[in-house]
Design a protein around this ligand. Sequence first.
Ligand code: SF4
Ligand code: SF4
Ligand code: SF4
Length: 192
Amino acid sequence: MNLILIILVFTVLFGLAGALLGFAAHHFKVEESPVALRLNKVLPQTQCGQCGYAGCRQYAEALAAGEAAIDLCIPGGQSTIDELASVLNVPAVKSQASGDTKSVACIAENMCIGCGKCAASCPVDAIVGAPRMIHAVMESRCTSCRLCVSTCPTGCIAMRDLRKKPEDWNYVYPPLSLQFEGEPQREISGDY
Ligand code: SF4
Ligand code: SF4
Ligand code: SF4
């Protein structure tokens, strides 16, 4: 009998608490700025905190409030800066991450014990490996967020610069002067 009474009391209490929370969520909801929502959609959602904010949404809110610069998201790179600038209608700036190199996580295989902590911490699933097996980083997926580095119990993860490959190199063609018979000289620039 006592047990039934206790269950009934807890059911009523939990029901009341749920109703109160539902009421509060509906009536005291803080409306998010539509600009912040649009900015948040542009951000990579890595939640790495490299921008100095707790996550992408907090950075988007600071951007919408005019309290943050548009070049703080290192994993997002230049394309994210360009999109943020377009949403905010401000001039784009050069990414701090752009240049000839990209930084990626690298695992020293001889020290890896296969604990899987790095893979669990990677927000973009860039680390592959099975339990008690060597893990490895897929360089093309790594966003340089560094979150995995401090999770490794053996300290075998480090960031290293990935040099540009020839196929990534964007050759700037020199201007070409052309002159056909009977025509004035022409200058052509860009890809030809
Ligand atoms: S640095 Fe970029 S990806 Fe990381 S939390 Fe900030 S906005 Fe998100
Ligand atoms: S591998 Fe490491 S540095 Fe690269 S995205 Fe994953 S957590 Fe970030
Ligand atoms: S956290 Fe370190 S030891 Fe564990 S799987 Fe990853 S690289 Fe290997």
